[in-house]
Design a binder for this molecule. Structure first.
Ligand code: AMP
Ligand code: ZN
Ligand code: FE
Ligand code: FE
Length: 292
């Protein structure tokens, strides 16, 4: 099995597990990271730290360093933004409350989406969706509706489900509670973590915010931009590097792995050792990178 050789660094700072909408458990994410030759992987489930403890154990078992993180769904005047937070204190009350609020809202939002779909004659119930969710701690999302539609034979895969039923332009779409991105940046910093804006320019997947919003986030303490990501074109990457330089932000590259739920493969984009060191240096939560 391929493995990072001593001294090499292959760092992927964005991956999802069954604690949110990934299809592999935290342990399997770390095992897959080892198989992909990664030296370091970050577990960044949507709006939850529920996968962290399992991943810590797997980090030691599989010999892959682990960065504990989250990906917070934010909303700027109705435009969805994702904010990665690395090494925050999960016991920070303000952060924990905000994440819990978002997770609760995600449940009612998914129920409403399913009601709309059922009313339109699509054969799906919320029980079908729950059948696709790993456990009570899991952050639910549209991919779980997608998985229920696949299980029912309505669509062949998650991508088709998004194209046909689940996009934010679809008549069934309902939004959920999500904090403002500037507030979320402050929340992550106050919890001692390091905020990095995920896929800032991914216009193919939906609306994106103007650079002025990113500048406001930088003013509030944003650390970096995830520039190297499969959802960015070459021009968007070039622009991202320029914008990061002008705002004094570092840049990362990551896969946004979701197991079999998406094509993204671990290690397809990576982050430098220097940037990982900066993230570690800026984190003041007491949560450290786990080094086996
Ligand atoms: P939600 O968090 O419920 O708003 O759902 C958004 C999640 O759905 C994102 O984290 C993506 O990973 C996933 N997603 C969005 N578009 C697609 C797609 N075309 N195929 C598979 N997954 C997708
Ligand atoms: Zn996701
Ligand atoms: Fe994202
Ligand atoms: Fe993600």
């Amino acid at each position: 099995m391929p493995r990072a050789y001593a001294g090499s660094a292959m760092i992927d700072l964005h991956a999802h597990s069954t604690a949110s909408d990934g299809t592999t458990s935290p342990t399997e994410v770390v095992a897959a990271a080892r198989d992909a030759g990664l030296s370091t992987v970050a577990l960044t489930d949507h709006d939850t730290t529920a996968g962290w403890d399992e991943a810590v154990g797997a980090s030691t078992a599989y010999g892959v360093a682990l960065v504990r993180g989250i990906e917070i769904s934010c909303s700027h005047r109705g435009t969805s933004i994702h904010l990665l937070g690395y090494l925050p204190d999960p016991a920070d009350e303000a952060l924990a409350e905000e994440l819990e609020h978002a997770r609760r809202s995600r449940v009612t939002r998914l129920q409403r989406m399913v009601e709309r779909m059922a009313a339109a004659g699509i054969p799906i119930s919320y029980a079908d969706v729950l059948g696709q969710v790993d456990g009570p701690e899991t952050t639910v999302g549209r991919p779980h509706i997608a998985d229920a539609l696949v299980a029912k034979g309505v669509v062949p895969d998650r991508s088709s489900a998004f194209a046909d039923y689940l996009s934010d332009r679809s008549p069934y779409f309902v939004s959920h509670y999500a904090p403002d991105p500037v507030a979320a940046v402050r929340l992550v910093r106050r919890a001692g973590g390091v905020p990095v804006m995920a896929h800032p320019f991914a216009s193919a997947r939906g609306r994106v915010v103007a650079d002025s919003v990113i500048a406001s986030m930088a003013g509030a303490g944003l650390g970096g931009l995830e520039v190297e990501h499969r959802d960015h074109t070459a021009q968007q990457r070039a622009h991202g590097h320029d914008l990061a330089r002008s705002l004094g932000l570092f840049t990362t590259g990551s896969s946004d792995f979701h197991g079999e739920g998406k094509l993204n493969r671990l290690g397809e984009y990576t982050t430098s050792l220097e940037v990982l060191a900066q993230i570690e240096a800026e984190a003041v939560s007491g949560i450290r990178v786990v080094r086996p």
